[in-house]
Design a protein around this ligand. Structure first.
Ligand code: IMP
Length: 467
C-alpha cells in the first residue's frame, strides 16, 4: 500500500504509478475519502485528474475498486468516468464500487457549502456524509444511503434523499434550492453508476485467490486523519495505513509492504496548525483570504517580484517565494498552498505509527532554491520546544499546537538535481541530505522526485552511495 505522510499534497500519484508500472496484475483500491482527493497523472501527452477513480487507469489490464471506506459523489464520478472514456481509456469490466459506500447527497453538499468555509474544506460534502453514516438513523429518519441500498430500492432511496434535502432547507431557508430538479438529477446520476456495483464482500479475496495483487492507494494523508489529526482542521475519514484494510474490504493477513510518501518542502491547503510553516499565522491567514481566491496563482504573479522575495529575510516572504517557484497551488482551484520546511519530527512519528517500510521524497529538486535565498542552508525541523521544554513528538491538542515552536538545523545547500536520473550522479550534498533523513527517521529512502515529469525520479533503494 502507498499513502501520504504529511498534509495530502505529496504527489502520491507519481509514486503509485511507478509502483504499478511493475505489476500488471494489480487491483488498485481506494479505501478512504471521495471527490476531495485530486491525483494528477501525466503519461505521455495525456493528463487526467482523478478524484474518485483509483490510479491504474492507464494500464488496461488493471482492475479498479472503490472500497466501503470511500464516499461517492454520483455526478462527479460520472463526469470523471466520461473524462477517462473521452481519453479513449476503457473502463468496461474494470471499475467496481463497494455496495456499502455511502452516497454524498444534495444536502451534504449544501451543508459543506455553507459551513465548511471555516475549516477550508473542499466543499465536497465529505464531512456531512460521514457524519450521517455515524448517526445510524433508521426508518423515516434514515440519513445515510449506501450505494447498494439505493440501487436495490431506488424509490425508498429517492424519498429519503429528498426528505433529507427538504429538512435541510427548512432548517436553513437561506440555502434555496430547486428540490425537484436536484432530486431528478441525483437519481439519474446514481442509476448511471449501476453497472459498477460490487455486491460481493469477498470480491478482493477472490481476486487474490485467482493470482491478483491488491494495491491500496491512500488519499488525504496522515495529518488530516479524522481522529488523530488536529480537529477540526482535518478531513472526515481515517487516513492512516491501518484504515486500508477496513475501508478497502480485505483481510489484513495479506499485508505486504507500506510505502510512505512525503515532500522535501512541505505544503498544505486549508486551515489548521502547521508547525514548520514559513511565516506561521501570517501565512495561514494570507492563504485563506477570500477562501483562497484572493492570492490565487495569477494574483500572486502580479503581486510579487520574485527577485525581491528571493533576497528577503522575512519568513513569510520566503514562503511566498518557495510557493511561486515550486508552483504550489491547488490543481483545480489555483488556491495558494501554505509552505513549510521539512519537519523530521513529524515525519519520524508518522513513519513509526504507520509502519512505513519504504519512504519516497518528492520535490527533492525544490531544495535547490534554498541556495539562492537569504538562509544559511536547508532548514529542517529536528525537535520542538513546548512551554520551555524540548519535545520529540507532535503535540496532541490544538492549544499546544498553537504554542509549540520548531527547532531547526541547517543542512548544506544542494546544487541543481533536476537532470539527475541515477543515484550515483547525485551531488554529495544531496546524498548527505538523504542519509541524514534516513538516519533521523529510521526508514530507507527508496526514491526521490526531482521534477514533475514521470521519469524525473531517482531510485535510491540500491544505496550505491553507501559503497
Ligand atoms: P474535506 O476533506 O473536503 O472535508 O476538507 C477538510 C480538510 O482536508 C481541508 O483542509 C482540505 O483542504 C483538506 N483536504 C481534503 N482532501 C484533500 C486532499 O486530497 N489533499 C490535500 N488536502 C485535502
Amino acid at each position: 500500500m502507498a499513502f501520504g505522510l504529511q498534509y495530502g499534497v505529496e504527489r502520491k500519484a507519481r509514486v503509485v504509478d511507478e509502483q504499478l508500472f511493475e505489476d500488471d496484475e494489480a487491483v488498485v483500491v481506494r479505501f478512504n475519502g471521495g471527490a476531495n482527493a485530486g491525483h494528477t497523472l501525466v503519461v505521455g501527452n495525456k493528463k487526467i485528474v482523478l478524484h474518485q477513480v483509483p490510479s491504474g487507469i492507464f494500464y488496461p489490464e488493471m482492475l479498479l475498486y472503490i472500497g466501503s471506506g470511500c464516499v461517492i459523489t454520483p455526478k462527479k464520478l460520472n463526469d470523471e468516468i466520461a473524462d477517462i472514456r473521452s481519453a479513449e481509456i476503457s473502463l468496461d469490466g474494470r471499475l467496481f464500487i463497494s455496495s456499502h459506500a455511502p452516497l454524498i447527497q444534495p444536502h451534504h453538499l449544501l451543508y459543506d457549502e455553507w459551513f465548511g468555509g471555516g475549516i477550508g474544506t473542499t466543499k465536497n460534502g465529505i464531512g456531512p456524509c460521514y457524519a450521517d453514516q455515524a448517526l445510524r438513523a433508521q426508518g423515516d429518519a434514515i440519513r445515510n444511503i449506501k450505494f447498494g441500498e439505493y440501487l436495490v430500492d431506488p424509490g425508498k432511496g429517492f424519498s429519503a434523499v429528498k426528505r433529507n434535502l427538504e429538512e435541510f432547507l427548512d432548517l436553513w431557508p437561506l440555502a434555496k434550492a430547486d428540490v425537484i430538479g436536484k432530486m431528478e438529477h441525483f437519481d439519474a446520476e446514481v442509476m448511471k453508476l449501476q453497472e459498477y456495483r460490487s455486491e460481493d464482500p469477498l470480491f478482493l479475496e477472490r481476486l487474490i485467490q485467482s493470482g491478483k495483487n491488491v494495491f491500496f492507494e491512500g488519499a488525504q494523508s496522515v495529518l488530516l486523519d479524522a481522529v488523530t489529526g488536529m480537529t477540526p482542521y482535518v478531513t472526515s475519514s481515517r487516513t492512516l495505513a491501518g484504515a486500508a484494510y477496513t475501508g478497502g474490504d480485505l483481510s489484513l493477513k495479506y499485508h505486504h509492504k507500506t510505502i510512505g510518501i512525503a515532500k522535501a518542502i512541505m505544503s498544505r491547503v486549508g486551515r489548521g496548525p502547521f508547525i514548520s510553516e514559513f511565516g506561521g499565522k501570517q501565512s495561514d491567514e494570507y492563504c485563506a483570504e477570500g477562501e483562497g481566491k484572493a492570492h490565487a496563482k495569477e494574483m500572486e504573479q502580479k503581486e510579487w517580484n520574485l527577485e525581491e522575495l528571493k533576497h528577503s529575510d522575512d519568513a513569510f516572504l520566503q514562503g511566498v517565494y518557495l510557493r511561486m517557484k515550486g508552483n504550489e497551488y491547488g490543481a483545480t482551484t489555483g488556491r495558494p498552498r501554505r509552505i513549510g520546511t521539512l519537519d523530521l519530527v513529524q515525519l519520524k512519528q508518522s513513519c513509526a505509527l504507520n509502519g512505513v517500510n519504504e519512504l519516497y521524497l518528492n520535490k527533492f529538486d525544490a531544495l535547490t532554491e534554498f541556495g539562492e535565498m537569504n538562509l544559511p542552508g536547508i532548514p529542517v525541523v529536528v525537535a520542538y520546544r513546548l512551554d520551555g521544554k524540548v519535545i520529540d513528538y507532535v503535540p496532541t491538542t490544538l492549544a499546544e499546537m498553537e504554542r509549540v515552536q520548531p527547532i531547526t538545523e541547517c543542512l548544506p545547500n544542494i546544487p541543481d538535481v533536476s537532470n539527475v536520473r541515477a543515484e550515483k550522479e547525485l551531488p554529495p550534498a544531496a546524498k548527505e541530505m538523504v542519509e541524514f533523513i534516513e538516519e533521523f527517521v529510521g526508514v530507507k529512502v527508496c526514491g526521490i522526485g526531482v521534477g514533475p515529469e514521470r521519469d524525473a525520479f531517482v531510485d535510491t533503494s540500491m544505496k550505491e552511495r553507501l559503497k
